[in-house]
Design a protein around this ligand. Structure first.
Ligand SMILES: Cc1cc2nc3c(=O)[nH]c(=O)nc-3n(C[C@H](O)[C@H](O)[C@H](O)COP(=O)(O)OP(=O)(O)OC[C@H]3O[C@@H](n4cnc5c(N)ncnc54)[C@H](O)[C@@H]3O)c2cc1C
Length: 393
């Protein structure tokens, strides 16, 4: 297995809008990110026929915008491995070890997961043929193109109902073809109530037909009959499936749909692991993915800078300086005991594992000098008992 022996600051898994934006921010902050992308940098943006809702940019082909994103980070010198799939992630001695399908292996202080999500596709005849010519996977993105026209929404569950509801405010008529109607779906429909320009059909769309663009759908309702309905657009609204399988093993928290749970700083439940974009299950828009990527980069930056700094011991204090801020642990020695009195971490550096490092550093010092440890502060006591499995009373 070939490898890169140096430790990378941040490995970004996935080179879509979220991953490339994170790389842009990290590089400009002076770190050395590595992006690993299994397919084409730009991610799903490469599939967007025309993007009209990216602020400040005239309507542009997704492929064109994706190549601009790529050029921008490459011009800055960001390293991107592609096509190269990440197949395994593990924690080795406090560093993240990332392995790829090509047999490469890299260690990093931090990870940003930006692997996006996939939608089940291609189940309707004509779906790919008319993609971008009447077939859409995104009502928010393409709905405004169908003002005053007749459209269909195909899918299941809350997602399809919400997209149809949104489109009723734009289109003259919306056919909602629900592939499965269970109790939950029925409850959603009841809550929606009567919408004059919405017609719900339980069944399947078998085919999309047209000449240059979508003109009609062939529907098979559950009674087995066949219906042809004239429509200008078809919105396919199936659930997104996040690309998170390889991260389950490291214990990442996901919601009931499998999307990675993050806080406002894009932190996951695992120290040093951040997530951004569609893989977190919100937005499903380029601009949201980019915003997430920027926030994840800023959080990862603070984490890496703090990790790289040495803990220094002086005058009954262990301290770690980050820029002009100081995190510290106060202690005293009484007889053969090192007593931890307090631990302080500045607000902006909380949740980055700095407090833990200070306590473990103090413990290491105590053990190396033959002292036992006692904690007067609950946090230090918790860390000592959890990580060193010794009593600190
Ligand atoms: C047809 C279509 C039209 C759309 N129209 C619009 C629109 O008009 N406006 C808008 O704002 N949004 C639109 N979107 C949504 C938008 O494209 C996504 O929200 C956006 O691309 C999400 O960015 P991301 O970086 O989170 O994920 P993605 O773009 O999905 O990128 C994730 C990347 O991670 C890679 N990856 C996954 N697993 C691994 C792995 N194990 N190892 C390495 N790499 C991996 C994937 O190959 C992919 O390149 C559209 C989407 C589609 C499909």
């Amino acid at each position: 297995m070939s490898g890169n022996s140096t430790i990378r600051d941040v490995v970004i898994i996935g080179g879509g809008p979220a991953g490339l934006t994170a790389a842009l921010y990290l590089k400009r902050l002076g770190l050395d990110p590595l992006v690993i992308e299994r397919s084409l940098p730009g991610g799903k943006l490469n599939e967007v026929p025309i993007i009209e809702n990216y602020p400040g940019v005239e309507p542009v082909k997704g492929l064109e915008l994706a190549s601009r994103f790529l050029k921008q980070v490459q011009d800055l010198g960001v390293e991107i491995w592609y096509p190269e799939e990440v197949v395994d992630v593990s924690n080795v001695g406090g560093f993240w070890c990332v392995k790829t399908s090509g047999g490469k292996c890299v260690l990093a202080y931090a990870l940003i997961i930006a692997t996006g999500a996939e939608r089940v596709r291609g189940t309707i005849r004509g779906e790919f043929e008319f993609l971008g010519r009447g077939i859409s996977y995104c009502a928010v993105c393409d709905g405004p193109l169908y003002r005053g026209k007749v459209v269909a929404v195909v899918g299941c569950g809350e997602k399809a109902i919400k997209e149809a509801q949104y489109l009723t405010t734009i289109a003259s008529k919306v056919y909602l073809v629900l592939e499965k109607v269970d109790e939950v779906t029925e409850a959603y429909l009841r809550r929606l109530g009567h919408v004059p320009n919405l017609e719900v059909i339980e069944g399947r769309v078998e085919e999309v037909r047209g000449r240059d663009r979508v003109e009609k759908i062939v529907v098979r309702p559950i009674d087995g009959s066949i219906k042809e309905i004239d429509v200008s657009g078809v919105f396919i609204a199936r659930a997104e499936v996040p690309n998170t399988a390889i991260f389950r093993k490291i214990g990442i928290n996901v919601d009931d749909r499998g999307f990675i749970i993050v806080d406002r700083s894009q932190r996951t439940n695992i120290e040093g692991v951040f997530a951004a974009g569609d893989v977190t299950g919100r937005g499903f828009q380029v601009v949201v993915a980019c915003g997430d990527g920027a926030v994840a980069a800023l959080s990862a930056y603070r984490y890496v800078i703090a990790r790289r700094r040495e803990v220094v011991r002086r005058d009954n204090v262990f301290e770690l300086r980050v820029n002009d801020k100081v995190a510290y642990l106060r202690y005293r020695v009484e007889g053969r005991k090192l007593i931890i009195e307090s631990v302080y971490v500045p607000e902006e550096f909380r949740g980055l594992g700095i407090g833990k490092r200070l306590v473990l550093e103090a413990a290491k010092y105590a053990l190396s000098t033959g002292l036992s440890i006692q904690c007067e502060c609950d946090y230090a006591k918790y860390i000592v008992e959890k990580y060193l499995r010794v009593s600190s009373d």
